[in-house]
Design a protein around this ligand. Structure first.
Ligand code: NAD
Ligand code: MG
Length: 427
């Protein structure tokens, strides 16, 4: 993998060394993947983790599992460990170490607990790491894999939104290879190699529009948790499902695309596409638009990352467009879904603002799940936190994970302080 990992997307796009660089590699100059790959899955017990383990299960002769991690679901983690025999298993909740030890008794598998154990799992020598912890908690573990120059399939978009420039610079410095696992970004990754930087006009990421796509603003305001969790196409973890309903997920993805591919905000468009078949498109100067299509099944982009630089046989259903019949597209509504507008504003403001956007959204989603705020208040809390942060002076650039985490904590505290007044305020 070393030769492929040393080739940057920036080379393809002819960026000078002073420009933003991306550690997303060039598909055309591929090397061949090792015969047996060692694999670590961070967030193995989650939705992306589940899809990843399913792919590994399909070709056990090709993969050896180095480490698996989870947050607190010890029994689920231990079940996976017994099936895949990793060398190391880590649970984030330090109080669960004994439970994990007991669940793995007699297997000879080493285990650990706490944030340091999750980072240790990422730092162990696996060729390929799936970064699928949810939220900003995924930043330090993903960086531990990046810093040792691993190939990292990145599902955890929050770590880019929280510290994108720094993350990509560290990846470039370490010779790490970042493979976009998020479906839209994976689609862009596949389409971008059809041209070069001067020829690129814009990228388009699609959005299903979520369960409230056709709802009136007043109804979205009052939406319940059960309604927000009913995603029309994708089956995902709770946080990202709520983010899809608010379109904050698309906002996070606009920011993610900017950092991954070194794109300006004006080069990234969002298009609502309720069928979720076209995941991303790239428009070039000759007006060719290159798209990637597939069923809404995360095993497809994950299989692309797992096979890269080759393609593996995937277990997902084949795309039957005749059966689907029609694909439709709509412009996004920035008024009913203000989270999307706020993402562009945060991205134009710069690094720290996207960190605040993400942190405030995590606080707002947790408060919505806890029944403390209405659905419509999620975006209001993010906006109020961003406004408060913009008014504050002393915005230094992010140069380390700790800088990003400090802003993340500051924003969480600010959001928590603003929460009671936002909760009382009607739309
Ligand atoms: P999930 O909630 O189903 O799973 C999250 C995983 O992270 C679990 O294994 C959980 O145990 C672990 N985890 C949670 N908090 C942790 C902590 N503090 N420390 C260590 N581990 C922790 O989430 P998901 O839907 O699988 O999403 C994971 C990431 O992938 C998110 O960043 C999400 O935005 C992104 N993503 C998900 C999908 C999808 O279809 N589910 C698609 C694209 C991107
Ligand atoms: Mg996505």
């Amino acid at each position: 993998m070393a030769s492929a990992a040393a080739l940057w997307f920036g080379d393809l796009f002819g960026l000078s060394s002073g420009d933003k660089m991306s550690a997303v590699p060039l598909r055309n100059n591929k090397a061949t993947a090792a015969a047996v790959r060692s694999i670590t899955v961070l967030g193995a017990t989650g939705s992306i983790g589940d899809s990843t383990m399913d792919l590994l299960r399909g070709a056990p002769e090709r993969y050896r599992v180095e480490a698996l991690t989870g947050n607190s679901n010890v029994q689920g983690l231990a079940k996976l460990a017994r099936e895949f025999s990793p060398r190391f298993v880590a649970v984030a909740d330090p109080a669960r170490l004994n439970e994990l030890r007991e669940a793995l008794a007699g297997t000879g598998i080493a285990c650990g607990a706490g944030e340091s154990a999750i980072i240790e799992a990422a730092a162990r020598p696996a060729d390929w790491v799936m970064a699928a912890v949810s939220g900003a908690a995924g930043l330090k573990p993903a960086l531990a894999a990046v810093d040792r120059g691993a190939t990292v399939a990145l599902a955890n978009k929050e770590c880019l939104v929280c510290a994108g420039d720094m993350f990509m610079q560290r990846a470039t410095k370490a010779g790490a290879c970042i493979l976009p696992a998020d479906s839209e970004h994976n689609a862009l990754f596949q389409a971008l190699s059809s041209g070069n930087r001067e020829e690129l006009v814009r990228v388009i990421i699609t959005a299903s529009g979520g369960p409230f796509r056709t709802w009136k603003a007043a109804d979205i305001e009052q939406a319940t948790l059960a309604q927000a969790l009913k995603h029309p196409n994708w089956s995902m973890g709770q946080k990202i499902t709520i983010d899809s309903a608010s379109m904050m997920n698309k906002g996070l993805e606009v920011i993610e695309a900017s950092y991954l591919f070194a794109l300006a905000p004006d080069e990234i468009d969002v298009l609502v596409h309720p069928q979720s078949i076209v995941h991303g498109m790239v428009e070039f100067s000759d007006r060719s638009v290159v798209a990637q299509l597939g069923a809404p099944d995360m095993r497809i982009p994950i299989a692309h990352c797992l096979g890269w630089p080759d393609r593996i046989k995937g277990p997902s259903a084949r795309l039957d467009l005749a059966k689907i019949g029609s694909l439709t597209f709509e412009a996004p509504d920035f008024t009913r879904f203000p989270g999307l507008r706020l993402a562009y504003e945060a991205l134009r403001t710069g690094h720290g603002a996207t960190t605040v956007y993400n942190a405030a959204n995590e606080v707002a989603v947790a408060a919505f799940i806890a029944g403390e705020i209405r659905f419509g208040a999620i975006a209001r809390l993010v906006e109020a936190t961003l406004d408060a942060w913009m008014r504050a002076t002393n915005k230094s650039p992010l140069s380390s994970a700790d800088d990003a985490i400090a802003i993340d904590h500051e924003a969480r505290n600010k959001a928590a302080t603003l929460l009671p007044q936002i909760a009382l305020k009607a739309s």
